[in-house]
Design a protein around this ligand. Structure first.
Ligand code: CAO
Length: 453
């Protein structure tokens, strides 16, 4: 047995290349010509083979190191030190990644957000130039290394795909670029989990690991008393995913205020009495929609969406309203609320709320909102913190109005006060603007003639 230095052979035109993969570790038994490390230039990647058979003693390079012809890769304890395998000094195998193929991406049966990582994927395996280094047949079983070309390894590394978890469809189970693409799609669509992802999810009870939080408490509830398990309704699952994303991604702030709606409520009741025969019941929410339209016109950034570095200011006023249904929360939208009167809005709202409860809303009736109102007024409560309905930037929460003693400067008078809770996206809106929006909204609700000013 003798110690042998394994050096980088002739790598052709490249002066220096980076070490991007260590394929063996100390103690591993390697065969002559087995790949030891992968190196990469800005144009190609290639595997450096061993000139001898033996046992790896010490690895002399680290990931990211720059190496060139003659650099020491590792030391090997070898019985055949005197007769090294003939390592061909030659040009490296070129492993350029093929260009992006949009049609290929469009064919993926997942959402646009899900295919994002696939956008960099080539449509088909890149034709690798003939390898001039010794022909390499990876010893996948012996070293648990996947059987794949340098270009596939490079591609998988760029996507963070654990290659040893990808099932190869090529000859002798070789992993192809298409296999890596397919694996990526499956992971993104949730059909497959990587081992690391599964371990993380297991450790965290399925939540919080990605945020670096401590694990979700795992409790055997049955230890404390009888329990029952129920499947969560499909709509609830969809809205939960949206609410979770919006809560985590939007820096929410909520301003609470009260509006004096004593006169407005008297007007609403009188209007309903006068129009009893029409069959249309005017609700406070219809007035709130109109009042919000006026406030959105005065403070246009509340009627906007973020798009990268730009703010999209909408010139339409489509107001969503949260509706409580047996299947979960739905948000129908009153389109062009600025062009509609209180009767029309009340009638449309009643129809949309009915459809929502019957599960008959069309996608068109639930999309395009530029601002949302969530009213719990018919139920109760004082204030709450509504979650913004992305990509909108603000939402108004409304609770139950009640008579309160209000100081008029001389004495306390009974006034009907409506609690307002405005959540806003702090990336777009400042606290002062939010306070002004609420004050203005309160002023309009107290006296709608202000809209005319
Ligand atoms: N203060 C006091 N009373 C109010 C009120 C308020 N702010 N808002 C409504 N009311 C009263 C109404 O006047 C009505 O009283 P009458 O029956 O005596 O006339 C009663 O409460 C019921 O109103 P409503 O709820 O049927 O009508 P609405 O227009 O206020 O609301 C709708 C319609 C669809 C928004 C509502 O039915 C609903 O689903 N609300 C729940 C929304 C929700 O779940 N939000 C939470 C989202 S976050 O999870």
């Amino acid at each position: 047995m003798a110690l042998v230095d394994i050096l980088v052979p002739d790598i052709g035109d490249f002066d220096e290349v980076s070490v991007i993969e260590l394929m063996v570790k100390p103690g591993d038994t390697v065969k002559a010509e087995q790949s030891l490390i992968t190196v990469e230039s800005d144009k190609a990647s290639m595997e450096i083979p061993s000139s001898h058979a033996g046992v790896v003693k010490e690895i002399k390079v680290q990931l990211g190191d720059k190496v060139k012809q003659g650099s020491l890769v590792l030391t090997l304890e070898s019985a055949s030190a005197a007769s090294p395998a003939p390592v061909a000094a030659a040009t490296p195998a070129v492993a350029a990644v093929a260009p992006v193929s949009a049609p290929n991406v469009a064919a993926a049966p997942v959402s646009s957000a899900q295919v994002a990582p696939v956008l960099v994927a080539p449509a088909a395996p890149a034709p690798a130039a003939t390898a001039a280094l010794p022909a390499h047949e990876p010893t996948a079983l012996a070293l648990n290394l996947p059987h794949a070309s340098p270009s596939v390894r490079k591609f998988a590394r760029e996507l963070g795909v654990p290659l040893n978890e990808v099932k190869g469809s090529g000859p002798k189970g070789r992993v192809t670029l298409i296999d890596v693409q397919g694996f990526t799609r499956s992971v993104m669509s949730g059909a497959v989990q990587t081992q690391a992802g599964a371990a993380q999810a297991k450790a965290s009870g399925g939540d919080g690991a990605g945020l670096g939080l401590i694990a979700w408490p795992k409790v055997d509830f049955a230890k404390f008393g009888p329990t029952e398990r129920k499947d969560i309704a499909r709509i609830k699952k969809i809205s939960a995913a949206n609410l979770h994303r919006n809560w985590v991604m939007i820096p929410h702030v909520t301003n609470h205020d009260d509006a004096d709606i004593t006169d407005l409520e008297a007007f609403r009741v009188a209007t309903n009495k006068e129009n009893e025969k029409s069959g249309i019941k005017v609700t406070m929410l219809a007035f709130l929609i109109k009042a919000c339209v006026a406030a959105l016109k005065k403070f246009p950034e509340f009627n906007s969406s973020l798009d990268g570095d730009q703010l999209v200011l909408k010139q339409y006023f489509h107001i969503g309203f949260a509706a409580d249904t047996p299947n979960g929360l739905m948000v129908p939208v009153i389109k062009d609320a600025d062009k509609k009167g209180i009767f029309q809005i009340s009638q449309e709202m009643a129809e949309l709320a009915k459809k929502a409860r019957e599960g008959k809303l069309s996608p068109a009736e639930m999309t395009g909102a530029s601002f949302t109102i969530s009213s719990l007024g018919g139920i109760g409560g004082r204030y709450f913190t509504p979650i913004i309905n992305a990509p909108e930037v603000a939402i108004l929460g409304v609770c139950k109005s009640q008579m309160e003693p209000v100081w008029d400067g001389k004495t306390f008078v009974p006034r009907l006060m409506l609690p307002l809770s405005l959540s806003w996206d702090h990336r777009v809106i400042d606290g002062a603007a939010a306070a002004r929006f609420n004050v203005y909204l309160g002023q309009i609700l107290a006296d709608f003639r202000r809209v005319l000013l």
